[in-house]
Design a protein around this ligand. Structure first.
Ligand code: HEC
Length: 153
């Protein structure tokens, strides 16, 4: 009897471990033929994610112009547009995203808040420009590693 409950415990631990791996670490993913990890989501989730992406790029564009014009106020506004307060994916999408992807996404939003802080406190255009350059490494790193694939209807 005691032995049986041991075995049941071990099986339970394995199942819980597998669930943690699936839901928290791996997400809903496949290896794709171009070497990237494909995140499998539905049409609405894809539209939401790509909309956020375009918002990233639109604000990077505004910040780049503002850097050329030494306009720190415009930099603060644009960076805060894509700061952490802009990050609120629905739970259904969160469950499908791999942990590394979520971390990189959060870090990117946070880095824009830090950029806004830098533009507020440090008037040096070069410091702000190089901070933006560092944020862009997040964009290129994630794009090199992940793509979207649509769920079968
Ligand atoms: C955590 C991962 C991640 C980060 C960080 C990230 N992206 Fe993306 N982005 C993606 C994925 C995944 C796609 C879809 C690519 C695909 O399916 O080929 C995408 C697509 C895009 C697109 C295409 C949008 C469309 O409508 O097709 C743009 C533009 C974009 N990203 C801009 C950015 C910019 C700018 C940054 C940095 C400020 C950034 N992204 C950061 C994951 C990321």
């Amino acid at each position: 009897m005691q032995k049986l409950s041991w075995i049941l415990n071990i099986i339970l631990i394995i199942i819980i471990g597998a669930m943690i791996y699936m839901f928290l670490i791996k997400g809903s993913t496949l290896k794709s033929e171009d070497g990237r990890t494909a995140i499998i989501i539905n049409d609405a989730e894809r539209n939401m994610m790509l909309g956020d992406m375009r918002k990233f790029l639109e604000n990077v564009q505004i910040i780049t112009v503002a850097l050329g014009e030494n306009d720190m106020e415009a930099i603060v506004v644009a960076a805060e547009n894509v700061g952490l307060r802009d990050e609120n994916p629905p739970p259904s999408l969160i469950a499908k995203l791999p942990l590394e992807f979520k971390t990189m996404g959060m870090d990117t939003h946070k880095a824009f808040d830090e950029l806004a802080g830098l533009a507020k406190t440090d008037g040096d255009i070069q410091t702000v420009a190089s901070a933006l350059g560092n944020i862009l490494i997040n964009c290129t790193t994630c794009h090199a590693a992940y793509k979207i694939m649509l769920e079968e209807e």
